[in-house]
Design a protein around this ligand. Sequence first.
Ligand SMILES: Nc1ncnc2c1ncn2[C@@H]1O[C@H](COP(=O)(O)OP(=O)(O)OP(=O)(O)O)[C@@H](O)[C@H]1O
Length: 232
Amino acid sequence: MFIEGKELVKKYGKGEATVYALDHTDFSMEKSEIVVILGPSGSGKSTLLNILGGLDKATEGSMIVDGKDLEKMSAKELEIYRREKLGFVFQSYNLTPDLTVRENVEMTAELVKDPLDVDALIENLGLTKYEKHFPKELSGGQQQRVAIARAMVKKPDILLCDELTGALDTKSSKDVLRRVQKMNDTYKTTVVIITHNLNIAQMADRIIKITDGKVTSNLKNADKKRVEEMEL
Ligand SMILES: Nc1ncnc2c1ncn2[C@@H]1O[C@H](COP(=O)(O)OP(=O)(O)OP(=O)(O)O)[C@@H](O)[C@H]1O
């Protein structure tokens, strides 16, 4: 397995006030999959994404990525892991407002030795005619496509997406998801999306459902009917 969480625990607080955001849970994902992590509010999705993203440490357990345990890495090693292996896309886009579309992407390309071709990527995301625009001149869906370009230019092994369509209407959401699928298809990037939107699960190769800090199902190529019947 490319990604494996083993007996992961994330505990907040002490004594009677203890909250188990992750409660001795296991999960796994294969390389180049699109994985959708589904769960209701407070189920532990962000906690899991933060641990996989090297932004937070578990209280117990292992988070193995490509054979290495993130839980055993130093802060410096985690920083290199985040810079070289990961791309992040958030609901709130987080673009640099005083840089153009192209500059937003180029700024990130400069961080790595072997970035993707900026022109090809901008073209692939349908942004060529907006490349000289500033973020505030773009729609939400266009801004999210820039965020995807910026995350992908590093050629990450894993693209981590946190509610990436949460702020978008249905049409823009579909377009953004289609672009993410294209990124997965073209560059074979493993994509992990956390969401409480069941519709997004339709594009997944694997669906991981999390409830009260525990992974309650991990379905590969789940038939769509089972997805429709799932309750969050
Ligand atoms: N810093 C913290 N201190 C205390 N409790 C926390 C902290 N962060 C998260 N929790 C708790 O851990 C549990 C899981 O939270 P988490 O944010 O991972 O859920 P989530 O599924 O991402 O929710 P949402 O969809 O609302 O973002 C919740 O009960 C939450 O209140």
